[in-house]
Write a protein that binds this ligand. Structure first.
Ligand SMILES: Nc1ncnc2c1ncn2[C@@H]1O[C@H](COP(=O)(O)OP(=O)(O)OP(=O)(O)O)[C@@H](O)[C@H]1O
Length: 338
């Protein structure tokens, strides 16, 4: 399958609040590098999850892909076309083909517009004519399993799950090739979370849409994603197929995240690995491997030398940045693993 989206060595930098003071006193770096050389691709119809703790740079990557945030350097190719450097008007035709579902389902919908107007808005913004607005809104509502009369409601009259469905319907308005879903289940009850994820999975199957899911919820990842990328301090520290990473995490950070994730199986043996300490500030990045300050396996070299990307000998698509990756266990020995 060919790549629909190819992100290469992407870097995004923010000026910090204290930057003026820092510039005059020379006390600290006035910038933070929120995204540091991130590369990944998403193939047509595939789901990739970007996973990581709060502040690891996930949303910044999404906002940069859709042009809300400039990149310092790197590339974002969509269907073979480099988007960075394109003029806004040229970029617009590509942006039609990727839509973003924002984190806050009700807050991201304008409170003064009816659901029908909200569903027609993307077509209006992109100059796509819709002869019968009512019929178009009904079509989109039907796709997400909501009755036609929801078109007359306002966002505050929707439950959390209904607002998410409207968000999905709105994302579908322009027949996108890629949906970027930022925490698609945040704030929803577990049963409603399942409904929203099933809806996304069904639409993906039917329409062949690729999805970039941004989340810190590993159950969402396990349920939805073909591949996953784990982020720490603005870098991808491990990327590979979801199944492989859950079965055989190679980076100690991934291992700890997975071990801390509540598993639905009551018989599962929980060997929870605590990650010590706090996430370091992006203003004061640790030297060498940036995870070494919290890593239970860290050795001397880890604090001195930045680890290069390594990959699994039997799967080059599974790569990780670690001097001492966890050992791969052969399939027949997996059952004996503690
Ligand atoms: N507009 C901004 N100005 C300055 N710093 C910012 C801005 N937006 C994000 N940051 C910083 O960039 C870093 C990455 O933030 P980002 O929101 O991308 O992380 P995230 O992984 O999506 O977190 P969350 O899961 O909480 O949304 C954080 O340190 C954040 O404080």
């Amino acid at each position: 399958m060919s790549a629909l989206l190819n992100v290469q060595d992407l870097r995004v930098r923010f000026r910090t609040m204290g930057s003026l003071k820092a510039l005059t006193t020379g006390t600290a770096d006035p910038f933070i590098d929120a995204v540091c050389g991130v590369s990944f691709e998403i193939r047509k119809g595939e789901t990739l999850a970007l996973v990581g703790e709060s502040g690891s740079g996930k949303s910044t990557i999404a906002r940069t892909i859709i042009g809300l945030q400039p990149a310092v350097s790197g590339g974002i190719r969509f269907d073979g076309e480099e988007l960075i450097g394109l003029k806004a008007a040229e970029r617009k035709s590509y942006l039609r083909r990727m839509t973003m579902m924002f984190q806050d389902p009700v807050g991201s919908l304008s409170p003064r517009l009816t659901v029908q107007s909200l569903l027609i808005e993307p077509s209006r913004i992109h100059g796509v004519s819709t002869r019968d607005r009512g019929a178009e809104a009904e079509r989109l509502l039907r796709m997400v399993g909501l009755p036609a009369d929801f078109g007359r409601r306002y966002p505050h009259q929707l439950s959390g799950g209904q607002a998410r469905r409207v968000g999905v319907a709105r994302a579908l308005a322009l027949n996108p090739d890629l949906i970027i879903a930022d925490e698609p289940t945040a704030g929803l009850d577990v049963s409603v979370q399942g409904e929203v994820l099933n809806l996304l999975a069904r639409l993906q199957d039917e329409l062949g849409i690729a999805i970039l899911i941004i989340t810190h919820n590993l159950n969402v990842v396990r349920h939805m994603a073909d591949r996953m990328a784990i982020m720490y301090l603005g870098r991808i520290v491990e990327i590979g197929s979801t199944q492989d990473i859950f079965d055989q995490p190679r980076h100690p950070y991934t291992q700890a995240l997975i071990s801390a994730n509540p598993v639905p199986d009551p018989d599962a043996v929980l060997n929870r690995i605590e990650i010590k300490g706090e996430v370091p500030s992006m203003l004061r990045r640790p030297s060498g491997c940036e995870f070494h300050t919290r890593c239970q396996y860290a050795q001397d070299i880890c604090s001195r030398v930045f680890p290069r990307d390594a990959d699994s000998s039997d799967d080059p698509a599974h790569s990780f940045k670690c001097h001492f990756p966890l050992k791969r266990i052969s399939a027949d020995k997996m059952e004996d693993r503690p």
